[in-house]
Design a protein around this ligand. Structure first.
Ligand code: AHM
Ligand code: MG
Length: 320
């Protein structure tokens, strides 16, 4: 079933369908550019600039950012947007009446572009709080994750897949290169309760708190009845790809606070919140190690937090 038909059958309103239309169009354009990486000097490598978080921007980071902004602006339903690549939140003047606020990481895992490893787009969709027709306020952007009306990601990999939730299950679509349409391949995907994959950047092991050190050791020690190891380690370094594999196979992804990133590396608003929303809608969990990610009241646009997400049994063992 095609994306638009699926959304209509689920009773998603026309304004939100139009926002998803913008995501569909932009992601197909980005996918086209991503698949050409290496062919043109204009799309490969660093841009020579940094984002507000001091991270080097890749040309495709900036290209994807511009592409999504253009489509969201054009759809007329989006009042404003905050992006990993933009210092400040944007208000679309021409759609003061737009109902929706977008949080986006246009190209996550972008250090993997130059080595042809999976990358992704992550997005969260909220309803604005301020009155239609007025200027947007900080509170429109700084909403707790539990207020998301929809979230998703696009995984640019062996195939291009769109994974989304409108709060009623998490669903996977594959972009069919023949028809150019996203087609439903997995409705109501569920995290296996107890996975077997442990995804963490172990170079930071010495920085882990005692509980996480204990959990890392537990993952190495635990054996099945036949004596074989219970868990295996997999870490791609693209959140979208690591999350996606764990969603299908069962597993946990952790990016804790480290010496280099004392508040954690990942951003609450456009990485942790949408991934947690998708996880919860697929029977999984998302936490910062002490509280449910979706309950955190944000204070800053580019706020970082430690992140644990995945299969419920593994999450309970990790967080205790
Ligand atoms: P980015 O948004 O700048 O791409 O950073 C986020 C990425 C995640 O996709 C990934 O899980 C993580 O950073 C990898 O970080 P590290 O290389 O420190 O393990
Ligand atoms: Mg990112």
């Amino acid at each position: 079933m095609e994306l638009k038909k699926f959304l209509a059958e689920k009773g998603v309103g026309t304004a939100l369908v139009s926002v998803f239309g913008a995501i569909e169009t932009a992601s197909k354009i980005v996918q086209g550019e991503v698949s050409r990486a290496g062919l043109g000097a204009d799309i490969f490598g660093a841009k020579g600039s940094e984002n507000i978080q001091g991270e080097e921007q890749q040309k495709l980071d900036v290209y994807a950012d511009e592409c999504f902004i253009k489509e969201f602006r054009a759809c007329g339903q989006v009042a404003g947007l905050a992006s990993e690549e933009q210092d400040n939140a944007l208000q679309f003047d021409e759609s003061l009446n737009g109902d929706y606020i977008i949080m986006i990481d246009p190209l996550d895992g972008s250090s993997n572009i130059d080595v042809n490893v999976a990358i992704g787009t992550i997005f969260a969709i909220y309803k604005r709080i301020s009155d239609n027709g007025s200027e947007l306020e900080d509170g429109d952007f700084l909403q707790a994750g539990k207020h998301q009306v929809a979230a998703g990601y696009v995984n640019y990999s062996v195939s291009t897949q769109l994974v989304l939730s409108t709060g009623n299950g998490t669903h996977i679509f594959t972009l069919d290169p023949k028809s150019g349409e996203y087609r439903l391949i997995n409705e109501n995907v569920q995290f296996p309760a107890d996975g077997k994959v442990y995804s963490i950047n172990e170079v930071n092991l010495d920085d882990f708190d005692d509980n996480l050190k204990r959990y890392a050791q537990h993952c190495k020690d635990k054996r099945k009845a036949d004596g074989k190891r219970m868990y295996t380690g997999r870490y791609i370094g693209s959140l979208v790809a690591d999350f996606h594999r764990n969603l299908l196979k069962g597993g946990i992804y952790v990016y804790p606070a480290t010496v280099d990133s004392p508040k954690g590396k990942l951003r609450l608003l456009y990485e942790c919140n949408p991934m947690s929303f998708l996880a919860v809608n697929a029977g999984g969990k998302g936490s910062d190690g002490t509280q449910d990610i979706l309950e955190i009241e944000p204070t800053e646009l580019h706020q970082r937090c430690p992140f644990y997400v995945g299969s419920p049994v593994m999450m309970d063992e990790a967080i205790g």
